[in-house]
Every structure is written in C-alpha cells, then in structure tokens.
Design a protein around this ligand. Sequence first.
Ligand code: GLN
Length: 208
Amino acid sequence: QVTVGVLALQGAFIEHIHMLRSIPGVKQVIEVRTKAHLESVDCLIIPGGESSAMALIAERSGMLEPLRQFVRTKPTWGTCAGMIMLSDEATNAKQGGQELLGGLHVRVNRNQFGSQKDSFKTNLHFPTILGEKQSFPAVFIRAPVISKILDDSVEVLSRLEAKVGQTDAETIVAVRQGNMLATAFHPELTSDNRLHQYFVHLALQAKQ
Ligand code: GLN
C-alpha cells in the first residue's frame, strides 16, 4: 500500500484527495505543504491551478528545492498547472519568468487554447494504458499542451483527436517518463478514476 501526497499550496487539490480515497492500494492521502509532509509520502500529485502562483508559494515556503529532489526520485503526476511545474521548459510563461521544478524532458506552452476556448471537454484515448477501445473524458481549463518532446525517454500517452481553436488534432496532452506522469487536463473533475488507478499502480510498483 502507498501513502499518496497531494501538493496543497494552491489549486484544485481537494478533488484529487476525494478521488484518491476510492482507489484500492491507497493507505493514506496527505495534503503536502511542508518538507516534512513530503518526506512522509511515497508519491505525489501536483494539481491544476495557476503554475506561477504555485511556484511563488513554493519558493516562499522553501519548498522549491525539496520538490525538485522529490520529483526526480519518486513517482509524481502533474495535472495541468502541475504538468507545467514538472516540465523542463515553458513558453508563454508569466512575464518576468516563473520557476519550474523541471525533470520532465518536455517543453510546454501555457494557456495554449487562448481565450476563445478557455475550457472544453473532449474524449481522449490512452491506447497503451487503457486499451485501444476505451476513451477518457478530459476536462481542459486554460490548459497547456506539450509542444516539444526533448528526450527519447518521454513516452506519448495521449493526443487531442479533434482540432480545438487554433490547436491541431494530434497535439500531445499526456506523457510518461519513467515514474513521472503528466496530463494537460483535469482528471479529478470527472467521476472517472482510471488515471488515478494507473498512477497508484505505478507508485505501488516503484515501492516494491
Ligand atoms: N493556465 C494555468 C497555468 O498556466 C493552468 C490552468 C490549470 O491548471 N487548469 O498555470
């Protein structure tokens, strides 16, 4: 069994916590705000929210370096703003710059869908992890996309299937690199917990 941490500095962390309570294999769910909290968990979810605000709070609370170390050694899943935090590079970043945790060898583009399509729901396929036939209902809210894969160790899990605004179908919206998982959308805002199950499965394997 695993203890799952959810970074609770800012953003949509409560919804992840609720969803995790329904997943077999989860012993405990902890809201992570300090280094001590981080040391007590086996894996971490970095939620959606506002990545520049999250980075600022992490910096002020002395969490940037502990988080940088954690995400490079233990299973971590970044959703939306959390995916931005995990990325090595971000374009369209906050003016004046914003800190990233890095470690995930991709470049993301923040706020890809602009104002005309700030939020939308679409079905995605995750052929390698959910099977060819199953689709997953994905909620995108001022979402980023992965605009470039920077290393062969990054596996594409899912792409958009329809053109959204200026953004092409086939744009990458979910990846895995070892024990790092990143999704551009909010899987905690639907009642479908299959991606949470998948992440817990990765964490259980890593702990063995
Ligand atoms: N636009 C936000 C950012 O740049 C991400 C939005 C989200 O997490 N739903 O951080």
